[in-house]
Ligand binder design. Sequence first.
Ligand SMILES: [Zn+2]
Length: 218
Amino acid sequence: MKEINKQLAQQIVDFGKKMFRAGLVAGTGGNISIRVPGENAFLISPSGMPYEEITADDIVMLDMEGNQIGGKRRPSVEKNMHRMILKARPEFNAVIHTHSIYASAYASLRKPLPVFLDIMSCVFGGPVECAEYARIGSDELAINAEKAMRGTNVAFLANHGCIGAGENLEQAYANVELLELCCKIYLAACSAGIPIPISEDDIRLTREEFAAKYGQRD
Ligand SMILES: [Zn+2]
């Protein structure tokens, strides 16, 4: 068994608590992974442990074929979903799966969320797709989730929840947090009418300008 990078493992512990305290998951639901730099491997949260009790020693390391190469706990049952995404998307170094309320509600509709807010153009760059239904922890769910996330950084899991990825854990977290907010706003808007989607041209232009101008530069 390989030695686990304590600093990376601690990031999973910290974001697990953050996700739990923010109400994005209940109980032991959801899971988090981070790519291990310089190694063909990733770290992932353990299966079925309360977030307030997990320490860096409970984090598990797997290689990209899915073999456990570090840690003493059993890995999350959704390990293959994380592995498939990290394998297919080298631009992502972290993946988070949550059961947040509004995203899960929307995921039960099994349909994409159109780009109806400008912030979705900036961050997601297009509609959020829903992965075809497959049972929890199945290889099929892993395949469907990776497929649904192509072209963006988040996806719904039908009748289950959502998943998001990012360059780092902060970004992956921000993406699932934003998706939850968008679903909440969409469902609120639906009580007064049907939200109007933003045109594809405006989505593209907003995204380009956002990438060039937003935030602080050195
Ligand atoms: Zn789940």
